[in-house]
Every structure is written in structure tokens, then in C-alpha cells.
Design a protein around this ligand. Structure first.
Ligand code: ADP
Length: 445
């Protein structure tokens, strides 16, 4: 097993990885920008190294600085967390070339799934169906128009290298398509350095359902059931729950087994997630994330398995002793992503936390970097806390979540706690009756 792991991330996810390491007796090295000197992940780690100024490109995305930090601290392995360099195949390669273990999949698999067009092709070959759309990138507008006509409007133009809900736009009718294509190509080139775009049918009422997977790199892949992440704003997840209120036991077992079998064929290593849009009883693959997901705790809560510990064990070359029959899902879990934004306008609200009290009690888990007196820096993602609740049934889970949200005090900054309090008591949410468009309709967007 590793003696020392460098955590190439910040915020709650750096803490999450640190906690798993600590419980495994592994020392941790935090890296941080100058804006994060007082961050909780820096305070709790055994060692910390400043890797640059606040801008992410100069610090958390600065591969050389991170590798230097690994050298200085004598780390054995690097955990990339989520976001930042976690799906950067070149970084995974560099880590390995410098003699460290990358806690994640192989660079080849990261590269394959990072190109959404290549990923769709590969996944189809592995036996799963995809959202109907163009075969490969669309470069010619006339050809794009023909494809869109065949699929039927509305269509969604997506960046091959897109992520984080960015780089996609809907064309409702043929006359909108040229502008939408130009917009997406420009945005993709500027944000992702690759202007390749493709077309998909824009589904009218799907749910976002994703399967958590864990592979040993030798063909064995386990599935941990699904997460329903349909409560979204701007294609970004706001509330996630497991299991999905829309699936029955047989459907769950079947889609889990099919997803696991597909990536087993490529001997996938580590944690990964296959994302589907589920509409009218059919699962359509949209992408695979080759890393831990922000919402992984809900799968941990219903399975009782620490996914980060499993990631670390796999990376250290320990045989995967878990088998599918060990993964027994029990009860219900919901996660609210609490962000430092105004709950009505979504205006960013960084600044000093003047008062902090986290909820507790049975079945309540808070993954957060906040503490009283901490100043949320303005430079990064606005996620400040994940409130995760587990209970025997969905109804009890919602009651517990409501109670926990009531207890949660974060003073000095605006957060979306009031929005979560409203959402979870909406009749549609109580009924489990929502799709990916529900929240935007509710918010009048
Ligand atoms: P990203 O990598 O940016 O997260 P995804 O491909 O995973 O992008 O899609 C994010 C979200 O965008 C999905 O959860 C869904 O809400 C919406 N979306 C993606 N593809 C489609 C589609 N073909 N039709 C309707 N909505 C879609």
C-alpha cells in the first residue's frame, strides 16, 4: 500500500480523499494556490505545498507544479479528485512517466472517453445504445442540416470535448441550426481547445440515470446501482438520489449488469460512471466519466462501500476482493449540492463565513470545506457543501433531509439551502415525478 498520497485538488473533494487516506493509514500531501492557504484540506493534510497563484491554470491545472510538489514531498501516488486534471490523459501519462501511481483509469481509457464522439462509437461497439445523432463530428453545415432533418427537431449540438454542462446548445428548427453550430464551435474552441461538434436528438422528457462502476483493470467490473441526477439547472446537477424512483428492481439489475459488462470488455480500471438518458423505458448512453463523481456519496450510503478506498486499493495493485454479491443496496440516499450562490438569482456569493453549524444525527453526512471564519475564494467552483442523507425509505429520507436542511447554518454568504428546502417539498419531487427539464420549468427559465 502507498505511504503517501498527493491530492491534486481542493475543496470538499480534497477533504473526501484525505479522509479515505487517513482511515487507511496513508499520509497525505495537500497542494494549494495562494488563495487557499487557509483551506480545510491544507489544514488537515500531513503536508502541504503551495503550487501557484489563484488562477486555476497557474495552480490546480499546473501539471509541472503538481509533479514538483510530488517530488518535494516524496509522494507515491497522486489522486486527482474530480474536475481540474482528473480527466486529463496527458496528466495521467506524465504522472506515470515520473514514477508515481495515478489513482484512476489508464490514460488510454481517459482519452477514449474524453472524446464524446469516440466514446459513443466505442460504447455502441461494446453493446449499449446511444442517443440518436450524427455518426462522428459534423464539419459541413449542409450535411448537418440533412442529419438534423433525419433525426427530427429539436436537436442538440454538443462539443466533442465538452464537459461540466458547457459546450451544448439546442436548435429548435432548421433556421436556427447554422447559428447554433457556429456558436458551439466557437465556444468549444475557446473553452476546450477543440472545435469538433456533433448532433444529437434533443430528448423531450428523459431522466438522467447513471451507473457507478468499479473495475479491477483485468476484466472484472462491479456495478453499484444507479443515481438519478435529473434535477438539473443549465445541464448541471443540483440534487441527486439513489435509487431512482423511476426504476424497478429488475430494470436496475439489468442496466447495471449491461454497463458493467460493456466496460469489462475493455478491462476498465478504477471508478467510472456511465451516464444515460432514460426515456420511455429506453436507456441512451450520453457519456462516460472516467473518475469519481461529485455525487458518489449517495452510492456509498446505499452500498456501505467507501469508493475512494476501493479506488486507492485498485491503484495500489491489491486484488479486488469484492464481488457483485457483496454489493447489497439498502435504503435511500439523497444529496443536495449546496453552492455559494444567491438562491433566487444564482449570483455568486464568495466571502467570509461568519457562522457555521453543520447538521448531524443518524444518516446525515456533510462533505464540506467550510468552517466559521473561512473565506470562500471567488476563483473556483461555487460548490461549498454536499449534504447527503440516508434512510430506510425515500419518504423517510426526504423527512430527514428536510430536518437536516433546517439545522444547517451558513452565515455571511448566500447559499442555495433555501432553494433546496423548497424543492424537496414540491409535490412533483415528493412523487419522484420529474425529468431533466423539471427544475428549469419550475424556476421559469
Ligand atoms: P457534460 O459532459 O457537460 O456533463 P453530458 O453529455 O453529460 O454533458 O450532458 C449533461 C446534461 O445535458 C444531461 O444530464 C442532460 O440533462 C443534458 N443532455 C445531454 N444530452 C442531451 C440530449 N440529447 N437531449 C436532452 N438533454 C441532453
Amino acid at each position: 500500500m502507498f505511504e503517501k498520497v498527493l491530492i491534486a485538488n481542493r475543496g470538499e473533494i480534497a477533504l473526501r480523499v484525505h479522509r479515505a487516506c487517513r482511515e487507511m493509514g496513508i499520509e497525505t500531501v495537500a497542494v494549494h494556490s495562494t488563495a487557499d492557504s487557509d483551506a480545510m484540506h491544507v489544514r488537515l493534510a500531513d503536508e502541504s505545498v503551495c503550487i501557484g497563484p489563484p488562477a486555476s491554470r497557474d495552480s490546480y491545472l499546473n501539471m509541472q507544479a503538481i509533479l514538483s510538489a510530488a517530488r518535494i514531498s516524496g509522494a507515491d501516488a497522486i489522486h486527482p479528485g474530480v474536475g481540474f486534471l482528473s480527466e486529463n490523459a496527458a496528466f495521467a501519462e506524465m504522472v506515470e512517466e515520473h514514477g508515481y501511481v495515478f489513482i484512476g483509469p489508464t490514460p488510454e481509457h481517459i482519452r477514449l472517453m474524453g472524446d464524446k464522439i469516440a466514446a459513443k462509437e466505442a460504447i455502441q461497439e461494446l453493446g449499449l445504445s446511444v442517443v440518436p445523432g450524427s455518426d462522428g463530428p459534423v464539419t459541413d453545415d449542409a450535411e448537418a442540416a440533412r442529419i438534423a432533418q433525419d433525426i427530427g427537431y429539436p436537436v442538440l449540438v454538443k462539443a466533442a470535448a465538452g464537459g461540466g454542462g458547457r459546450g451544448m446548445k439546442v436548435a429548435e428548427a432548421p433556421d436556427e441550426l447554422p447559428d447554433v453550430l457556429a456558436h458551439c464551435r466557437n465556444e468549444a474552441a475557446a473553452s476546450f481547445g477543440d472545435d469538433a461538434v456533433y448532433i444529437e436528438k434533443y430528448l423531450g422528457h428523459p431522466r438522467h440515470i447513471e451507473i457507478q462502476l468499479l473495475g479491477d483493470g483485468a476484466g472484472k467490473v462491479l456495478h453499484f446501482g444507479e443515481r438519478d441526477c435529473s434535477i438539473q439547472r443549465r445541464h448541471q446537477k443540483v440534487i441527486e438520489e439513489a435509487p431512482s424512483p423511476a426504476l424497478d428492481v429488475a430494470t436496475r439489475a439489468e442496466i447495471g449488469a449491461r454497463a458493467a459488462e460493456a466496460v469489462g470488455k475493455i478491462s476498465y480500471r478504477g471508478a467510472g460512471t456511465i451516464e444515460f438518458l432514460y426515456e420511455d423505458g429506453d436507456f441512451h448512453f450520453i457519456e462516460m466519466n472516467t473518475r469519481l463523481q461529485v455525487e458518489h456519496p449517495i452510492s456509498e450510503m446505499i452500498s456501505g462501500i467507501d469508493l475512494v478506498r476501493e479506488q486507492i486499493k485498485i491503484a495500489a495493485g491489491e486484488p479486488m476482493t469484492l464481488s457483485q454479491s457483496d454489493i447489497v443496496l439498502s435504503g435511500h440516499a439523497i444529496e443536495c449540492r449546496v453552492v455559494a450562490e444567491h438562491p433566487d438569482t444564482f449570483a455568486p456569493s464568495p466571502g467570509k463565513v461568519t457562522e457555521y453549524h453543520a447538521p448531524g444525527g443518524l444518516g446525515v453526512r456533510v462533505d464540506s470545506q467550510l468552517y466559521s471564519g473561512y473565506a470562500v475564494p471567488p476563483h473556483y467552483d461555487s460548490l461549498v457543501s454536499k449534504l447527503v442523507v440516508h434512510a430506510d425509505s425515500r419518504a423517510e429520507c426526504i423527512m430527514r433531509l428536510n430536518r437536516a436542511l433546517d439545522e444547517y447554518v451558513i452565515g455571511g454568504i448566500e447559499t442555495t439551502i433555501p432553494l433546496h428546502q423548497r424543492l424537496i417539498l414540491e409535490q412533483d419531487f415528493l412523487n419522484g415525478d420529474y425529468d431533466i427539464h423539471w427544475l428549469e420549468t419550475y424556476l421559469g427559465l
